[in-house]
Every structure is written in C-alpha cells, then in structure tokens.
Ligand binder design. Structure first.
Ligand SMILES: C=CC1=C(C)c2cc3[nH]c(cc4nc(cc5[nH]c(cc1n2)c(C)c5CCC(=O)O)C(CCC(=O)O)=C4C)c(C)c3C=C
Ligand code: FE2
Ligand code: FE2
Length: 336
C-alpha cells in the first residue's frame, strides 16, 4: 500500500470540510474510441450489470464494445457543445455555484469538488483535491435524488476504494437520497409552474425517470419507490390528478424486462389515442445530458408525433438554477 502521497500534508493547518459532488460520468469526446473506454469502465461495474462475470465478460468484450461505441458516439455528437459534454459542463457550473452559496453561509473552510463515477474527473482525483485542502470531514453528495445500488451504491464503492490508500481516513458522510426533500420537490414543481406560465400548459405531464432492471427492484433496490414518491409529491404540489401527471421509466438497456411503464411505449400509446399535447420532465436527472437532450428531447418526441400527437415539449432539468443550488445546499447543510 502506498501512503507516500501524504508526506507533505500540513497537520497544523486548520481542518476544513469537503463536499464531493458526483454524477454518473461521460466520455472524454464524442468518438468511438472515447466511448469504448468509457463504456468499458461503466458497463464492467458489477453494480450496473449483475450478470455472472465470465458470461458478461464474453458479451461485453465480444459484442457490446464492438457495436455500441459507434452508435453512442453518434448520439453524443448530437448533444456535444463548445463546452464539451453537457453533463460535465453543467456539473462544473453546479459545483462553482454550490461553493459560492455554501461559502457565504459557512466561510472559506468549505470546499466543493466535482467528480464523475466513470471517466473524468475521477472520484479519486476529487477526493485527493479535498485532502490537499485539508478537509478532515467529507460529505459525498451523488447527484441522484433517488437511491439505486446501480448509481448511488456504486458511487459509495468508488469512494471507499479510493480511501483504501489514505493513512488518515476522513470523517465521512454519504448522502444516500433526497427524493422527498421539500426544497428539491419545491424546486422541481416551481420550475414546471414557471415553464407553464411562460409557454402554457400541456394536456398531460409525463415524469420520466431512468429505469433499472426489474430483477434489481425484486432483489430490494428501492429506486422505483423513490421515483414514485418524487412523482407523487410533485403531482400533488402542482394540483394535478393521476391521469394528468404520470410516471414512466426510460433508457432500457438489453433484453431483460426493466421497471415499467416504459417511457417510449407510453408516448407511442398517448400519440395514438391519448392527449394531443404532452410536456415531459425528467426529475431524476440533476443535469441535462444524453438521456434527456437526445433520448427525451429528440427520440421520444419523434415517437409521440409519429404516432399522432400534435405538440411535444421537454421541460429542462434543474441544472444550475438558483432554486436547485439552494436545494442542494440545504441537503448538505443538514449534514454539517
Ligand atoms: C446497463 C445498464 C444501465 C443501468 C442499470 C443504468 C442505470 C442508471 N443510469 C442513470 C443515469 C445516466 N445514464 C446515462 C447513460 C447511460 N446509461 C447506460 C446504461 C445503464 N444505466 C448506458 C449504456 C449509458 C451511456 C449512453 C449510451 O450508450 O446510451 C447518463 C448520461 C451520461 C451522459 O454523458 O450524458 C445518465 C445521467 C441512472 C440515474 C440510473 C439508475 C437509476
Ligand atoms: Fe444509465
Ligand atoms: Fe439512452
């Protein structure tokens, strides 16, 4: 074990508190090669794909990593901006703003760093930055409001792994979920209300969350229950009934059943015989990314309109809005 990196650590400096803000991750570039590297790390995580290792190794290396990277790179090209990947660019803004808000409240012993579970900047790098700033207490805030072993659980694995080589392990607080935090629910509801004030209301609201395999839920992952609670609280806050505002799960991967109802099938059915106008919001995504901009903003729009719907709009994620950053600050401050 290598503890040498800590030799220059200043033991006398006053200790600080670090906040590690994390998100899923994103490729370094929208290219086949960068996607291959990224997907290899992501899809080899046993929290994400629970298949027996030998079997999954053959499928991943024999099929998926030879086909998916080119397809995913084309999709990423559609959302890539001058600032790079939206998820990372928005993450950097969220991090800088949260630092400002928390420093105003708590002073300059508080440091916020951004890290990605897969790809860069890594969790190891983020934690090391906080160590250099002499943070003896670290609060990990994964930007997933709803807990899932595939996301939040996996982030905690990576944090624990990174700390294995530290001689002085910091006091640690891992925030597991904030799916029903009043400030998060208020920020979501207010952003929908504001969108409707500016653009008018649709006949129906679809709250679309990323899915997980149905078998993970059966094995005890509380994720779908967290999503349902978020959706119910937002719906109640907006004063809508169960027909006017509904929930669905997107981004199914592979052939096994995932938690239902599926977003794409719901929108195709609504296009055929349901409401003429639909607004879609993705409360589980703290930042707009491939899954919201491309999958919801483009792909699912086409499904709805081609099936007969007349108007489809995507309401942006909370991103770096003041209400969102204030909500995240409140989630963190409760743990200080
Ligand atoms: C293979 C299984 C997958 C599980 C389980 C899964 C869970 C899960 N993912 C998110 C959030 C995001 N996923 C994103 C991209 C993405 N997700 C998967 C697969 C699983 N996700 C893949 C293969 C990809 C890559 C894109 C692709 O090739 O289609 C992203 C976007 C990242 C970006 O750079 O924009 C997010 C965010 C959650 C919340 C979740 C379970 C709760
Ligand atoms: Fe995903
Ligand atoms: Fe997707």
């Amino acid at each position: 074990m290598d503890f040498s990196a800590q030799q220059n650590f200043d033991h006398d400096q006053q200790a600080g508190v670090g906040i590690l803000l994390t998100n899923l991750g994103t490729p370094d570039a929208p290219t086949r090669q960068a996607l291959r590297t990224y997907l290899k790390e992501f899809l080899w995580d046993p929290r994400v794909v629970e298949e027996p290792r030998w079997k999954w190794w053959l499928i991943l290396n024999g099929i998926i990593l030879n086909t998916r990277p080119a397809k995913s790179a084309a999709a990423y090209k559609e959302v890539w901006s001058d600032e790079g990947s939206p998820l990372l660019a928005i993450g950097k803004k969220q991090c800088a703003k949260l630092q400002q808000v928390l420093q105003k409240k708590c002073g300059d012993k508080l440091h916020v760093e951004l890290a990605m579970r897969y790809g860069n900047p890594s969790i190891k790098t983020g934690l090391e930055s906080l160590r250099r700033k002499n943070c003896r207490k670290i609060i990990v805030l994964p930007l997933y409001p709803q807990y899932s072993a595939t996301t939040t659980g996996s982030t905690f694995d990576a944090v624990s792994d990174a700390l294995k080589t530290w001689r002085r392990v910091p006091e640690l607080c891992m925030i597991d979920a904030y799916h029903d935090h009043p400030a998060y629910i208020a920020a979501l509801s207010d952003s929908i209300k504001q969108y409707w004030q500016e653009h008018g209301e649709a006949e129906r609201l679809l709250m679309s969350f990323h899915g997980i395999p149905e078998s993970y839920f059966q094995a005890g992952d509380p994720y779908p229950c967290h999503c349902r609670k978020t959706a119910r609280l937002v719906r109640e806050n907006l004063g809508l009934d169960e027909e006017q505002a509904q929930l669905a799960f997107q981004s199914r991967f592979g052939k096994d059943p995932w938690v239902q109802p599926y977003t794409d099938e719901t929108l195709k059915a609504w296009g055929k015989s349901g409401p003429a106008t639909v607004d879609v919001v993705c409360p589980g995504f703290a930042a707009d990314c491939l899954e919201t901009i491309e999958e919801i903003g483009i792909e699912n729009r086409d499904y709805f309109l081609e099936a007969g719907g007349t108007r489809y709009r995507y309401i942006p994620a909370l991103n770096d809005s003041n209400a969102h950053i204030d909500a995240l600050a409140q989630v963190v401050l409760q743990r200080l």
